[in-house]
Design a protein around this ligand. Structure first.
Ligand code: NAD
Length: 260
């Protein structure tokens, strides 16, 4: 059976990319699109025979899995409704609070869901590379992460930067929440050994760039990922959607989908 997909936020940057990526694919079909009640384009066809609607319950009923790149509040509300229906999900929204995460965990208790702050193959490979580097180099090499995104991005640091920083902490064997430094301003003192800094740059139309730095005594390593099209995230999310339908309930990440 071809999985039927409901896209949330079809008027958004990622929603449009997901719909575009699905066109011409035979392994799944877009069968519903649900947007905010005040979004532009409601009632308009986003794919063959699929009209954008504000009725989430109807969208879930017409699909086997929903793909969500919206806002934290919308993601939480959708997860709460989906829970009652044990509906599979692919979640890409970033900037989630603890309560939003708890709503996803509650859905994952009854349905299979994939949650990833980044659906690209390259970034998921990068997580393994930085963890290996951090384990090999130890905290004698200062680790920092810098991320750059377009001016409309709301959350900071990016979810991807946090995943990269957490992978470094895991390689160091440290607790990320104890060593993180998300901003520096004023007389912050010398950099403590083992600190992991994350810096944010915002501007223009940058889709997403992340660099992990490892500063040694007289040398340094930089691992960089640059996204030049949202199509990579959309393709990864659709791959996750096709993969997750029929899986046992649980919360999966992109490494599981990719078999890494
Ligand atoms: P955007 O502002 O362009 O689009 C958001 C969409 O969500 C809009 O269409 C809006 O109408 C819709 N929306 C808001 N509330 C809704 C609701 N209640 N029901 C249905 N739709 C609703 O944003 P974007 O650039 O597409 O990014 C969306 C999210 O995806 C952000 O959190 C971003 O950080 C994240 N993102 C994740 C990845 C990844 O690989 N995981 C990649 C890119 C972006």
């Amino acid at each position: 059976m071809t999985p039927r997909v409901c896209v949330l936020g079809p008027s958004g940057r990622m929603g449009r990319a997901v719909i575009d990526a699905a066109a011409g694919r035979s392994e799944l079909a877009i069968t519903a699109a649900v947007d905010r009640a005040d979004a532009g384009g409601l009632g308009v066809a986003v794919a063959a025979g699929v009209l954008s609607t504000a009725d989430l319950a109807a969208g879930l009923d017409a699909s086997d899995v929903y793909v969500d790149f919206t806002s934290p509040a919308a993601t939480r509300a959708a997860a709460e409704l989906a829970r009652g229906r044990k509906h599979a999900a692919v979640i890409g929204t970033t900037g989630l609070s603890r309560d939003d995460e708890a709503a996803l965990d509650a859905l994952a208790a009854v349905a299979p869901i994939v949650v990833a702050a980044n659906f690209s193959l390259g970034v998921n490979l990068m997580l393994g590379l930085v963890k290996t580097a951090a384990r090999a180099l130890g905290t004698e090499w200062d680790a920092e992460v810098v991320e750059t995104h377009h001016r409309a991005k709301r959350d900071a640091p990016s979810g991807t930067a946090l995943m990269i920083a957490r992978a470094i902490a895991s390689g160091h064997g440290s607790d990320y929440d104890q060593v993180k430094r998300h901003t520096r301003d004023g007389d912050v003192g010398a950099r403590p050994r083992g600190e992991i800094g994350v810096s944010t740059v915002r501007g223009g139309d940058v889709i997403g760039e992340h660099t992990a730095f490892f500063f040694g005594g007289a040398e340094r390593i930089e691992v960089t990922h640059r996204a030049t099209s949202r199509a990579i995230f959309a393709a990864g999310a659709l791959r996750a959607a096709a993969w997750v339908v029929g899986k046992p309930p649980g919360r999966y990440d992109m490494l599981a989908v990719l078999g890494l």
